[in-house]
Design a protein around this ligand. Structure first.
Ligand code: PMP
Length: 428
């Protein structure tokens, strides 16, 4: 496949946009080459500026769980746009999506909408600090919770891709309140709590991690966090920006039956528009302005276009709960197929998967935390990525990202993908 026009467009973009992109991982820095410029997308496919069709395994990094340009979302948006695109005043639509989200997700009474996953996590932490009257938080190495200052400490995703554990511009004062733990290591968390008695406001965790590739919680890890939080007056924050409305209608809380105190959302909840949200039981949410003392606001929060897209998406998922089982089956089929061809071709690999989140690590050891994720062979990953691109298959341009499977994928698409992986892995 030829990516000539994409290269030209990237060269033009680089002149006026830092690195040519508005979010770093899009830049192909980890894998080399130039990014693909998209012209349009429909269902499981991307159509690029060179006229290539690509099978999409990123799906806008998660939101397009039912495929691109999903008709009910497109219709809701078109109808809504005619009525005005922003008012900065309440609309009935906001209550409708809030009520539906609260009905779908366990343990939440109220939800507040923001414009991104970053904002959701940032606000959740502020709320937790205000509510507990404590300053420190615990986060896990390799987990990404957006780019607000408190979280840019050993974050996964782009920070791992580019090898910058901490970003310049985050002050030492901020960094000292973020304590770092190893994912899947309860003893490490216990020790941090013991060393900082009555100082920790919250533990924030990706309950299934997706920013160091996909890393599932080991048996007992989330249960252990719940117990430690309850015993020490700490709020447990599930960052379900990736997992929410994807792994189950009620997210990881439903999937594993574990109760979080605050839940953060993004991606699927906005149907492909810029939306994030955070939610909790009433007692915690009433701590927010205008009811309570913790301030949080947004000119475009609850924007009618964003809410219309999000509502159409949540309604589609809520009315067809079988979608989660279909996604499980499709992704399991892909997993089995990839395992078979990589094994036959003598490749060292580990595949991690939970539901429709899956990733291939090029290392034979189990991947359970950031350290083990970082052992993956990046040279092999680069060959894998570019080989698949030539075959018309688009996966995330970094080994530290998960793939997001969409229900728009057919079994034929999956077979084509497995055959391409067979072909490409023979060249490693
Ligand atoms: N939390 C998690 C788990 C994420 O994966 C991301 C983004 N990939 C974020 C938060 C930040 O969301 P956004 O990019 O919408 O700010």
């Amino acid at each position: 496949m030829i990516y000539q026009r994409s290269s030209q467009l990237f060269a033009e973009a680089e002149k006026v946009i830092p690195g040519g992109v508005n979010s770093p991982v899009r830049a192909f820095k980890a894998v080399g080459g130039t990014p693909i410029f998209v012209k349009s997308a429909k269902g499981a496919y991307l159509y690029d500026e060179d006229g290539n069709r690509l099978i999409d395994y990123i799906n806008s990094w998660g939101p397009m769980i039912l495929g691109h340009a999903y008709e009910p979302v497109v219709e809701a948006l078109t109808e809504r746009a005619k009525l005005g695109t922003s008012f900065g005043m309440p609309t009935e639509l906001e209550t409708k999506i809030a009520a539906l989200a609260v009905a779908m997700v366990p343990n939440i009474d109220k939800i507040r909408f923001v414009n991104s996953g970053t904002e959701a996590c940032m606000s959740a932490i502020r709320l937790a600090r205000g509510f507990t009257k404590r300053d420190k938080i615990i986060k896990f190495a390799g987990c990404y919770h957006g780019h607000s200052d408190s979280f840019l400490i050993a974050a996964g995703s782009g920070l791992s891709t580019f090898g910058v554990p901490n970003s310049p511009g985050v002050t030492e004062g901020t960094a000292k309140d973020t304590l770092l733990a190893r994912y899947n290591d309860l003893e490490n968390v216990s020790a941090l709590i013991a060393a900082n008695p009555n100082e920790i406001a919250a533990i924030i965790v990706e309950p299934v991690a997706g920013n160091m590739g996909c890393v599932p919680p080991l048996n007992g890890f989330l249960e252990g966090l719940r117990e430690l939080c309850s015993a020490n007056g700490i709020l447990l924050i599930f960052d379900e920006v990736m997992t929410g409305f994807r792994l189950a209608a009620g997210g990881v809380q439903e999937l594993y039956g574990i109760q979080a105190d605050i839940v953060c959302f993004g991606k699927v909840i906005g149907g492909g528009l810029p939306v994030g949200a955070f939610a909790a039981r009433e007692e915690i949410m009433n701590y927010l302005a205008p009811l309570g003392p913790v301030y949080q606001a947004g000119t475009l929060s609850g924007n009618p276009l964003a809410m219309a897209a999000g509502l159409a998406m949540l309604e589609a998922l809520n009315n067809d709960r079988a979608v989660f089982q279909r996604l499980e089956e499709k992704t399991a089929y892909l997993e089995v197929g990839i395992r078979k061809v990589l094994t036959e071709n003598g490749i060292f690999f580990t595949i991690n998967r939970v539901g429709s989140m899956i990733s291939v690590h090029f290392d034979a050891e189990p991947v359970v935390d950031f350290q083990s994720a970082a052992k993956g062979d990046n040279a092999t990953f680069k060959k894998f990525f570019h080989g698949l691109l030539q075959e018309g298959i688009y996966i995330a341009p970094s080994a530290y990202e998960t793939w997001f499977i969409t229900d728009a994928l057919t079994y034929e698409d999956l077979d084509v993908t497995i055959q391409a992986i067979d072909k490409v892995s023979k060249t490693f």
